[in-house]
Ligand binder design. Structure first.
Ligand code: SF4
Ligand code: SF4
Length: 240
């Protein structure tokens, strides 16, 4: 089965219920937060925060707008992090769901190279040397449940299901939104499993809302060849 998320940012209210649900389901500790003059907290993804609702205050056509972007791993269809690792005991695709999954064996990979390979700057290294990110809640999905963030979304902004029907839903909603905002788009829809509907310029949401410019206009394989340096294996036992 090929799954996908549809995240309609035009409906997101920035309540962060998804962020909390993700932590709760994965039993992740809270992070100390700080008033930095923004609704966004914590400030970034981390080894303890797999989903963060990014917030930007922008002026568009003389109107102040709050743009919310619930960020997580995109579970890329051709995942550069997986190809960069080249080590299926550390990073692999779960055939039952399409999720790109990281294991504790990522501690043996060159973390900086894996992070650099991600077009969305998602993986984070923990103090134990392991790389962490969203796992699509595969334990829930394999048992017929929705991912915790989707299940919890109070605004009906997040959807999850079979890819074809999710894509159809996204296209239909895009057509509706474009009647009012002609520049609305589906971010990198052909390349990713987590499809965002963005009403405005993606860069106004976050610098990684779409694949970084180094990845645009070239295939992922070309990008990998260009970006990825030879990997060092810190510990023997990982053959490459
Ligand atoms: Fe890997 Fe980054 Fe794609 Fe997630 S978004 S699958 S971490 S390359
Ligand atoms: Fe967190 Fe699961 Fe949502 Fe990923 S799918 S962001 S792990 S709640």
């Amino acid at each position: 089965m090929s799954y996908a998320f549809f995240i309609d940012t035009t409906l997101c209210t920035g309540c962060r219920a998804c962020q909390v649900a993700c932590k709760q389901w994965h039993d992740l500790p809270a992070e100390e937060t700080l008033n930095r003059g923004t609704h966004q907290n914590p400030p970034d993804l981390s080894d303890r925060t797999y989903k963060v609702v990014r917030m930007n205050e922008v002026v568009i056509e003389k109107k102040l707008r709050w743009l919310f972007f619930p960020e997580q791993c995109r579970h890329c269809i051709e995942a550069p992090c997986l190809e960069a690792a080249g080590e299926p005991t550390a990073i692999y695709r779960d055939d039952a769901t399409g999720a790109i999954l990281y294991t504790a064996e990522t501690r043996h990979l060159a973390a900086d190279d894996i992070i650099a390979a991600c077009p969305y700057n998602v993986p984070r290294k923990g103090p134990d040397g392991v790389l962490y990110k969203c796992d699509m809640c595969v334990d829930r999905v394999r048992n017929g449940l929705q991912p915790a963030c989707v299940q919890t979304c109070t605004a009906g902004a997040m959807h999850f299901g079979e890819r074809e029907s999710i894509l159809a839903m996204a296209e239909e909603r895009l057509a509706t939104v474009r009647k009012q905002v002609p520049k609305a788009s589906l971010a990198d829809a052909n390349d990713v499993t987590v499809i965002y509907l963005l009403a405005f310029d993606p860069m106004q949401y976050h610098e990684n809302a779409i694949a970084s410019s180094e990845f645009q206009g070239i295939s992922r394989h070309m990008a990998l060849r260009r970006m990825i340096r030879p990997f060092s294996r810190a510990v023997a036992g990982l053959s490459g």
